[in-house]
Ligand binder design. Structure first.
Ligand SMILES: [Fe+2]
Length: 223
């Protein structure tokens, strides 16, 4: 491909994250958060279960269980669910939206492959909201995917809002990846690489990124 600006087509990947299910203690409170802060549509709501997503696609299931124990920070489990907004302008609009609402944020990073903003839901489940850079920007001189964690140029991002305001999670948005806390990256490799057959795209001490179909990662694990 010669077009230097082409973006990864998640729908063409052999495996991708279809949806995430979270067990939550206060279903109504967490539901309100994902609806108001991320702009997800409520597709179904029962006493102990809710489904959110775009108007046509379920992305997030919340299972209410008031007796569920909070997940410990040093336990294996979810690090964050990462919501991918394909047009960069949407990330700019969303950032203005959460700034106006004074939603606490936890971080903002430039990962070369993507621009990402981090926050937590009311029960501490991690959330990333991000946009990808064009695929050619991901690669080093040897054609390998490169990732770092640098400060995000927020002013540059905000300047790209194209003059529009956030109007909810876009129909073509999805869950681009899930990042896990793992106890041992070697064990994680034995499952995600060797059994599920997902490529290790980036390998750092204490961190693994697993990609399918050429994506930088649909899954990741940090020790
Ligand atoms: Fe992530």
């Amino acid at each position: 491909m010669t077009d230097a600006t082409y973006y990864f087509d998640m729908s063409a990947a052999p495996m991708r994250i279809g949806g995430v299910t979270l067990k939550v203690r206060d279903l109504d409170k967490v539901l309100d958060f994902y609806r108001d802060t991320l702009g997800l549509a409520v597709l179904d709501k029962e006493e102990r279960r809710a489904v959110l997503g775009t108007d046509s696609t379920p992305l997030l299931v919340l299972e209410g269980d008031p007796s569920a124990a909070p997940s410990g920070r040093y336990q294996a489990g979810l690090f964050h669910t990462a919501f991918l907004l394909p047009p960069r302008a949407d990330l700019a609009r969303w950032l203005r939206h959460v700034a106006d609402a004074r939603t606490p944020l936890q971080g903002a990073s430039d990962h070369i492959v993507s621009e990402a903003i981090y926050l937590g839901d009311p029960e501490g489940n991690g959330i990333e909201v991000y946009v990808d850079r064009p695929v050619p920007d991901w690669l080093d001189a040897n054609g390998n995917i490169q990732m770092t964690t640098d400060p995000l140029d927020v002013q540059n991002l905000l300047a790209g809002d194209e003059g529009a305001v956030w109007s909810g999670f876009p129909e073509n948005g999805n869950i681009g990846h899930v990042h896990l806390r793992v106890g041992d990256t070697g064990e994680a490799d034995r499952f995600y690489r060797d059994i599920l057959g997902i490529d290790v795209t980036v390998d750092y001490p204490g961190a693994r990124f697993y990609g399918c179909g050429g994506y930088h990662h649909q899954l990741a694990g940090n020790v």
